[in-house]
Design a binder for this molecule. Structure first.
Ligand SMILES: Cc1cc2nc3c(=O)[nH]c(=O)nc-3n(C[C@H](O)[C@H](O)[C@H](O)COP(=O)(O)OP(=O)(O)OC[C@H]3O[C@@H](n4cnc5c(N)ncnc54)[C@H](O)[C@@H]3O)c2cc1C
Length: 469
């Protein structure tokens, strides 16, 4: 360790924090610490461990159940741990500090003369870009891959600072159990300081677009994979008044092809997105029709793989919607999983439940996931269909309570189909829903108490789980 590293500045301040998307997790914290180097982060954690004082870690603040916050406690902001350390231009792996965000890494890969865009990431979130790698690993995220397991499959090794302030390198071969606890462990097993991420060669992908009904979707996905498609998703209609509700959707799949991408391929810019988001709040059927027209017109266009991963996310977009419509709200996401043969039945149950709860869906997507056999709190316990709902929530009056009931209703539908739900979003699941959907949760929390007996790594979400279970 160099002298500069050892004495790198550690900035701290008290703050009120909130999550970026829903804005429903306003949290007063005693201190936000921003270590400038991994060495500074390590001495911070070692000092906290010695004093037996807890802390939480935050990346880009997109999770929505208080996983990254600690009321009246310390939150470590990993944003300055963002260096790219080594890159193997023959095999692809890149070693980065885990506070780096995807856009910085993708941009570097695009511009680096040793790479010139040749190697790129295999998957990342597609609903937005500005996520940290640490936060992505802690939730074990996924993109819209066909035939892919979650992000854990793309990780060669990680370096972690544990609850005693020690650095450990973890992989499938080295401390495999701890590796499986940290990945998908929501920051409860240590601060991920470095990651060695596997990359794949960039490819040109041709987009194939069609309108499909829910009953046919799984067959259509199978056929797309048999044709060689590697990515794909299904954006479904969200107007509860329409007979197409949660049934008709736009299937877009991406197949590797030789040659270059289309010159200036169709892409929806921020203005188009803003327009559609507004429309989805006031005229959902028209929003779907316009979106379908746009997508169908892009059938056959060729995109670089990196463009397929990237999604437009308009920071603070709801302020304009609130202003125009007299709302005071935001969207909240939930992701449900069901065995693929149960998918169409699930969509029927979900449509009924959302109508009953008078929910206000803004958009929804279906993807596929393959089984994760590595992580302890694996959400991809089977090869599942993943169904994402973004519901509008009015923050005034009973809005949050009504939304919580609608989300619990969706979890019941998934459980009825033998499925599960993603822990990264709200914390509105009932205790019995948590246990049914995440059968390893109790054992994982018990192991956490063994490895971190003084509870150094905590969060409001962890405290909530302790109260529930
Ligand atoms: C609009 C939107 C779209 C999304 N799309 C997708 C999607 O397509 N696919 C998907 O899988 N998910 C998706 N998500 C969920 C998102 O990927 C997760 O919530 C992810 O954890 C957010 O990363 P972050 O950097 O914002 O982490 P944060 O929200 O800041 O933190 C998340 C968790 O990671 C922990 N953490 C952060 N950094 C570290 C670290 N260095 N070491 C240890 N723990 C750490 C935190 O303590 C916390 O438990 C989406 C969320 C939103 C709001």
């Amino acid at each position: 360790m160099s002298v500069i590293e050892a004495f790198a500045p550690l900035q701290t301040s008290a703050s009120v924090l909130n999550d970026v998307h829903s804005g429903l997790n306003r949290t007063r914290v005693a201190e936000v610490a921003r270590p400038a180097t991994i060495a500074a982060a390590r001495s911070l954690i070692a000092n906290r461990a010695q004093a037996r004082q807890p802390l939480a870690m935050m990346g880009a603040r997109h999770s929505m159940g208080g996983q990254q916050f600690l009321s009246d406690g310390m939150v470590v902001d990993t944003a300055a741990l963002n260096r790219i350390e080594t890159f193997d231009d023959q095999r692809g792996p890149v070693v980065v500090e885990a506070g780096i965000r995807w856009p910085a890494l993708l941009d570097w890969l695009q511009r680096n003369p040793a790479n010139r865009g040749h190697w790129t990431v295999r998957q990342k979130q597609t609903g937005g870009d500005d996520f940290s790698l640490g936060g992505s690993i802690a939730a074990n995220v996924h993109g819209r891959g066909l035939g892919l397991a979650p992000l854990v499959d793309d990780i060669e090794w990680i370096e972690v600072i544990d609850a005693q302030g020690r650095r450990r390198q973890l992989s499938r071969e080295q401390e495999a159990e701890r590796f499986g606890l940290v990945v998908g462990g929501y920051g409860l097993f240590g601060l991920i300081s470095r990651v060695c991420l596997r990359l794949i060669p960039d490819q040109t992908l041709e987009r194939e677009v069609s309108l499909v009904r829910a009953a046919d979707l799984m067959t259509k996905f199978d056929q797309a994979m048999a044709r060689g498609c590697r990515y794909g998703d299904f954006q479904f209609a969200v107007d509860p008044e329409s007979p197409d509700f949660l049934d008709m959707g736009i299937l877009s799949c991406y197949r590797p092809v030789p040659g270059n991408p289309t010159e200036r391929p169709l892409a929806m810019g921020s203005a188009g997105f803003r327009h559609l988001l507004h429309l989805a709040h006031v005229d959902k059927s028209r929003a779907f029709a316009e979106y379908a027209d746009y997508y169908l017109s892009s059938n056959g266009q060729r995109y670089p793989l990196v463009a397929q991963h990237s999604g437009v996310y308009l920071d603070g977009y709801h302020v304009d919607i609130d202003h125009a419509l007299g709302h005071c709200g935001s969207e909240m996401i939930s992701e449900l999983y069901v065995p693929r043969p149960e998918f169409a039945r699930f969509m029927g149950l979900a449509a009924e439940s959302l109508r009953q709860h008078r929910a206000d869906p803004i958009y929804g997507t279906v993807r596929l996931i393959e089984r994760d056999a590595v992580t302890a709190l694996a959400w991809a316990r089977e090869p599942w269909a993943c169904i994402v709902f973004n519901l509008h929530i009015e923050h005034r009056g009973n809005g949050p309570l009504e939304a919580a009931a609608a989300f619990r209703g969706l979890i019941d539908c998934a459980l009825d189909c033998g499925g599960s739900f993603y822990l990264t979003y709200h914390r509105w699941a009932r205790p019995e829903q948590l246990e049914a959907a995440h059968p390893t949760l109790r054992a994982v929390l018990a192991r956490k108490r063994e490895l971190d007996p003084h509870g150094i790594f905590q969060s409001d979400w962890y405290r909530h789980l302790q109260r529930c279970l």
